[in-house]
Design a protein around this ligand. Structure first.
Ligand code: ATP
Length: 430
């Protein structure tokens, strides 16, 4: 079977690495294509470029190359309805329809769905004007949680400590700071607790758990400084105990999938539930309709199954015939190496020499890299550049292995946090 993978980040490198080991590719003569891919992905797939907003172009490629499965990595093409266009022509697609991708594409949509299906989450109000939003603040206590409704690349959430700050942030949001995404603002109750992520695959009817993880969103050590796309992650997240897992499954994931199916918009793909583990139990912070980046990297390091088989089963509504996927008991940990200046103004073009970073079994997933057109050298080409990932029986060993690999890499204009996994390590020591 030929597979087309869309995307270019560390998440897609991890997916390509795992898909390349699938029977369909490794044994049965199938081909893996990646669009646009990156220099790391090129080791596992045939990379090429095409405008994925042009659905006819994607369809023509799939027909020409007899693509048996399309795996859509990032959220934008999903929210743009690419999965619908491909399915309408009979292609098997891993990723939700435009309607179901509203789960990530509109925070108001998800909050309303939670309300209808009685899913534990923060109380909220949807607002569509500055006046309405300011008036609604009276119903909340600080800190105020304000969210632009649409996709804002992780930057659309403001947590304001005072009423004055909240009003100023609302003025920015309705003033166009997030473009269309801020035409509606959701105001939420603040939830207190530790955050963790839970992943599940679903074909719209069957739901299979697909691992847990925790990430580090802030750029600075000790979880300080501005928010980023994620500076590191580890899996599993032992803070998600078997009891919490069962509760998330029955009170959050199952009603979500059932409600979407009942609404006539069944969800097919990965459900990434961002959770707040509060004193009252796990509550939903948000859904993402794709694998997390860098959480995907640690999940793929632990997955002991044929990834293509699971993704195809999702895409063809055959998940009910699959066993619950097995993950290694080991911990996987990934350290993000970013370009200096990230997240505000990452330095582009920095020279990278990976040396023998993978010698001890770590894997260096490429996120934002490019090959220099003139001399073929590897260069930084984005904020987050490399994801150095290792797996070992304990988090302490996985971390040691990952940082040993980081230290072998020459990347003078890069940096990383040195404390990935600190919360879990402290818990392990206690
Ligand atoms: P991302 O894409 O970065 O995951 P997002 O823009 O989709 O983020 P959310 O995940 O909803 O937005 O919120 C971002 C962060 O804000 C959360 O990870 C959490 O730390 C914090 N947050 C969001 N909602 C709440 C809440 N109700 N109470 C407390 N903290 C919250």
């Amino acid at each position: 079977m030929n597979i087309l993978l869309l995307g270019s980040g560390g998440r897609e490198h991890a997916l390509a690495w795992k898909l390349a080991q699938s029977r369909a590719i490794a044994q049965d003569g199938g081909k893996l294509f990646a669009c646009p891919g990156n220099p790391g992905i090129a080791a596992h797939a045939q990379c090429f470029d095409m405008d994925v907003t042009d659905h006819d172009l994607v369809l023509a490629f799939c027909e020409q190359e007899h693509i048996g499965l399309v795996v859509i990595g990032p959220e934008a093409p999903l929210v743009d309805g690419l999965a619908d266009s491909l399915r309408a022509e009979g292609f098997a697609v891993f990723g939700p329809s435009k309607a179901a991708a509203q789960l990530e594409g509109s925070k108001g949509f998800t909050k309303d769905l939670c309300a209808r299906a009685n899913i534990p989450t923060a109380g909220y109000v949807r607002t569509t004007s500055l006046e309405q939003a300011k008036a609604a603040l009276a119903g909340f206590t600080p800190p105020y949680v304000l969210k632009a409704d649409g996709l804002a690349a992780g930057k659309g959430v403001v947590i304001a400590d005072t009423l004055a700050d909240a009003e100023a942030a609302l003025a920015d949001m309705f003033g166009g700071a997030f473009g269309e995404a801020g035409a509606e603002v959701v105001i939420e109750e603040f939830m207190k607790g530790e955050e963790a992520s839970f992943f599940a695959l679903t074909d719209g009817a069957t739901i299979l758990p697909f691992g847990t993880a925790q990430d580090h969103k802030r750029v600075g050590e000790g979880d300080t400084g501005p928010n980023t796309g994620g500076m590191g992650a580890y899996s599993p997240a032992p803070i998600i105990t078997p009891e919490i897992r069962a509760e998330v499954f029955s009170r959050i994931l199952t009603p979500t999938v059932q409600q979407l199916a009942a609404d006539g918009t069944p969800y097919c793909g990965v459900l990434y539930a961002g959770l707040m583990l509060t004193d009252e139990g796990p509550k939903l912070v948000e859904y993402n309709c794709r694998f997390g980046d860098p959480e995907c990297q640690v999940l793929m390091m632990r997955l002991e199954e044929d990834l293509a088989e699971y993704l195809l089963a999702c895409a063809t509504q055959a998940l009910g015939s699959m066993e619950r996927p097995r993950f290694a008991h080991d911990t996987a940990l990934t350290v993000v190496m970013a370009a200096k200046g990230y997240p505000a103004t990452p330095e582009k073009g920095g020279l990278i020499d990976l040396k023998d970073a993978e010698a001890e079994g770590a894997i260096v997933f490429h996120a934002g890299t490019v090959l220099d057109e003139e001399d073929g050298s590897l260069r930084a080409n984005g904020g987050r550049v490399l994801n150095v990932t290792a797996r070992a029986p304990t988090i302490a060993e996985a971390r040691e292995k990952a940082y040993a690999a980081v230290d072998r890499i020459d990347f003078a204009s890069g940096f990383c946090r040195r404390d990935i996994g600190w919360r879990e390590l402290e818990r392990e020591k206690a």
